[in-house]
Design a protein around this ligand. Structure first.
Ligand code: ATP
Ligand code: MG
Length: 430
């Protein structure tokens, strides 16, 4: 016999955890709907080219992707992030031709990156993200940040900080890349081999290096803010004005470049500043991307998006005492005694149709053991089907709190159950 374990960097969502995920997804979805976003579901794998774009120098693309081929010709990749697939879909399905832009979409589901697993960092993890594609306005950047901010507030996270920066437009970034490359070139042999590659590919990436973060050369790097042209500066200022108007606190971090290569103008990260997330403190992050839609063959329109790590959200929400697993529990439990045929299933189905979360006894068990199940389930009401009562078309309903039990005809059952449940719900809301 062989025994197996889940692959390194993955985890099972056991039923107790699944309840938390469901609750979290419900909260995030309802807030996204509130802001006018609709769900999109794209495939979990795509043509590798969707993620591995020309000149992309990010670690994610170069080192972390799960890429496979079934015939030695076509190459596919398990999605490491959500944006590229959504933009691919936006272009392929010509959403850009819709009268109202931007198109606002949210998604959630598993992402795959071959990283070094640690607390809050996995190889298969869940992200919830939004994309608003087809328009550009500082108000949209600020709205996107506000949306994510209201999500983490709803989850009870208190000590969060928005760090924000602007990478400017193409011209600004080109200026900056040249300045940075000139600055790093004399020191490049002191930096890691990745940074040596980054120097020619995309020197901005050096600023995101986790190996060289504390190297003295990082202290006096030229800042992007000094390379932004006037339109880029003006755009950034307007984004900040919007955040001020919404009273969202932020700090400008002129070295923030983000881990993905497609961002232009606004980039931001929201991190938890207390708690035990350690190095994995970034809760959600994103920014604006001007060139991605046209890269995929669409018109020259811009997009904005962010993604949040759901494992980190759950971890931090629980640290703040938010109870994500207080899911609705069994309300009605249907017991049976003697030969009652398929009645337990039928009555349970009827209770569910009335809107109550219901479970039932299907085996030959003593009443005592069934009552124990009722206690454990927390059901407010036990319905007891007995062989002799059933012969008279009657059934028992027991209020589990008051221990009061009544016998009613099957015709009266639905009304009687509704009445008891109503009383119980009133009792609970007092
Ligand atoms: P980091 O700097 O932490 O590696 P990143 O720049 O790779 O983050 P993004 O690609 O922007 O992050 O992903 C957005 C969010 O998704 C992160 O802020 C984080 O909450 C979550 N995330 C990213 N990678 C992982 C992972 N391997 N496991 C769990 N959550 C992750
Ligand atoms: Mg990363």
């Amino acid at each position: 016999m062989k025994s197996y374990q889940n692959p390194k960097g993955t985890y099972d969502v056991r039923p107790d955890m699944a309840a938390k995920y469901q609750q979290l997804e419900g909260i995030l979805e309802s807030i996204a709907h509130f802001y006018g976003y609709e769900e999109i579901r794209t495939p979990i794998f795509e043509d590798t080219g969707v993620f591995k774009r020309e000149n992309d120098s990010s670690d994610m693309v170069n080192k972390e992707m799960y890429t496979f081929s079934m015939n030695g010709k076509d190459s596919f990749t398990l999605r490491p992030e959500g944006t590229a697939g959504v933009v691919r879909s936006y272009v392929q399905n010509k959403y850009y031709a819709l009268a109202d832009q931007p198109v606002k979409m949210y998604y959630y589901g598993p992402m795959f990156r071959h990283e070094h697993p640690q607390k809050g960092r996995y190889r298969q993890f869940e992200q919830f993200g939004i994309e608003s594609i087809g328009a550009k306005s500082p108000m949209l950047d600020a709205e996107g940040i506000a949306l994510g901010y209201s999500m983490i507030k709803a989850l009870g996270l208190k000590n969060v900080r928005v760090r924000i920066n602007s990478l400017g437009d193409d011209e600004s970034r080109k200026n900056y890349r040249e300045k940075l490359a000139a600055y790093f070139r004399p020191h490049i042999h002191e930096l890691c081999t990745d940074c040596q590659r980054r120097l020619e590919q995309n020197p901005l990436r050096i600023l995101d290096c986790k190996v060289d973060a504390d190297h003295p050369v990082m202290k006096d790097v030229p800042l992007i803010s000094d390379s932004l042209n006037e339109p880029s500066k003006a755009y950034f200022k307007e984004v900040l004005d919007c955040l001020d108007a919404l009273e969202i606190p932020y700090v400008i971090d002129p070295k923030l470049v983000r881990g993905l290569d497609y961002y232009t103008d606004t980039v931001f990260e929201v991190e938890n500043i207390t708690g035990n997330a350690g190095a994995q403190a970034t809760v959600f992050a994103g920014g604006r991307y001007d060139g991605l839609v046209s890269y995929f063959g669409g018109p020259d329109v811009s997009g904005f998006g962010f993604a949040m790590g759901m494992e980190r959200l759950i971890m931090l929400a629980e640290d703040e005492g938010t109870k994500l697993d207080e899911m609705p529990k069994t309300e009605v439990y249907v017991m049976s005694l003697g030969n009652v045929g398929t009645k337990p299933l039928e009555i349970a189905t009827e209770c569910r149709a009335l809107g109550y979360i219901t479970d039932f006894n299907y085996a030959s068990r003593s009443l005592k053991s069934q009552f124990k199940t009722v206690e454990r389930s927390g059901a407010k009401v036990a319905v007891i089907i007995g062989e002799s009562e059933l012969a008279d078309n009657k059934i028992n309903i027991k209020n589990n709190r008051t221990k009061e039990q009544i016998t009613v005809s099957l015709d009266e059952f639905a009304d009687a159950l509704d009445r008891i449940m109503e009383e119980e719900n009133e009792e609970n809301s007092l």
